[in-house]
Design a protein around this ligand. Structure first.
Ligand code: PLP
Ligand code: COI
Length: 361
């Protein structure tokens, strides 16, 4: 289908320049939202229609809305970065659009065409471009495209009406400590996703499934949970909202995609960037025994987490029921920092974008 034209209904009450600039000094993560949002409807038999860029505002939802009861919801996360010349570019929006389609398929929701997804993100960023933080720092504008069912009723079946939205939020570091290493709780009993389940779809249910383990990890003094596979409880999969990388000297390894972990776009980008920087990079299985033993014998030199929100965040301490260890010397390792800088430089437009990842607006 063709991209519906996005009709603009600008906000009559945007924040003042001074209010917006005060927020941009220290935006945190996901706390403030820009002046507008995009909405596009889908109706059975009619397809996508009524694409609009409207003032950011609460939705009015019927208590029997199907999403509230059965969880048909998917989302994405991508960022827009201020470039050195003052223009704005997003990072790999087509990859998010493709993953959004695949999540939609898994949840029996309608698939939004890639060009419509990208056009919706572009329209919002163009309209609210003043919200994209200054060039040079770590701040960016985080875009959150998502889709919910809007049909009203309690029958359990795919809904016949949906709403796609894009909202945007200025973002600083996801973790308050920035690049300070995070501590990880290795969850040997609670799992995030199962084979044949929804682990490779970006749907709210996966995050709901991770919250109890996350709360338990916090009681053990840990920032994040590393989930293992649901069958053998042995193979490392990912964190609740980030993929993992293991650094063996010059070789970096990330857990292979099994269907129960999310195919991160940062993960994919780093497989390629690491090769550009002269490292070997591979997807493989990594067991918890390997993680512990190779840390103890010093062959596993660094571990880091990666994702759009978290960028690249080093792992400092790992705790499990069987004991704990410090990763490397507990400080961010050189490979982690080198990859992080290169990725951010491409996104900020200060390193050559040899893979054609940036999408200028
Ligand atoms: N794994 C999960 C469960 C996530 O929520 C995310 C964040 O989007 C990632 C991995 C990293 O994916 P990406 O690099 O596409 O942001
Ligand atoms: C992202 O990185 O975009 C995510 O969706 C992760 C979430 C935990 C904020």
């Amino acid at each position: 289908m063709t991209t519906p034209t996005i009709e603009l209904k600008p906000s009559s009450n945007p924040l003042s320049d001074a209010e917006r600039e005060a927020i941009l000094v220290k935006p945190g993560f996901g706390r403030y939202f820009t002046d507008h949002m995009v909405t596009i409807k889908w109706t059975e038999g009619r397809g996508w229609h009524d694409a609009q860029l409207v003032p950011y505002a609460p939705l009015s939802i019927d208590p029997a809305n199907m999403t509230l009861h059965y969880g048909q919801e998917i989302f994405e996360g991508l960022k827009a970065y201020r470039q050195p010349d003052g223009s704005v570019a997003t990072f790999r929006p087509e990859a998010n659009a493709e993953r959004f389609r695949s999540s939609a398929h898994r949840l029996a929701m309608p698939e939004l065409p890639v060009e419509t997804f990208v056009a919706a993100c572009d329209a919002l960023v163009r309209q609210d471009a003043a919200w994209v933080p200054e060039h040079g720092g770590e701040e960016s504008l985080y875009l959150r495209p998502f889709m919910i069912a809007t049909e009203v009723g309690l029958g359990v079946r795919p809904a016949n009406e949906y709403l796609f939205l894009v909202i945007a939020s200025p973002a600083g570091a996801y973790f308050p400590g920035g690049v300070k290493p995070v501590s990880i709780w290795l969850s040997e009993d609670r799992v995030r996703a199962v084979p044949g389940g929804m682990g490779d779809a970006k749907t709210g249910g996966n995050y709901a499934a991770s919250l109890l383990a996350q709360a338990e990890a916090a009681t053990k003094g840990c920032d994040q949970v590393a989930y293992l596979d649901a069958v053998e409880h042995k193979w490392v999969e990912e964190l609740g909202g980030m993929n993992l990388y293991f650094v063996y000297g010059d070789r970096i390894v990330t857990p292979a995609l099994t269907g129960s972990l999310l195919a991160g776009i940062t993960r994919d980008s780093l497989l390629k960037l690491a090769r550009d920087l002269g490292h070997e990079s591979e997807e493989s299985r990594v067991s918890i025994d390997q993680w512990r033993d190779d840390s103890a014998n010093g062959t596993l030199t660094e571990v880091f987490a990666c994702g759009t929100a978290a960028v690249i965040t080093p792992v400092g301490i790992v705790k499990s029921a069987g004991g704990e260890w410090t990763q490397g010397d507990g400080t961010p390792g050189p490979v982690t920092l080198k990859l992080r800088e290169r990725l951010l430089d491409i996104q900020r437009g200060t390193a050559e974008d040899t893979h054609g990842w940036m999408h200028p607006l």
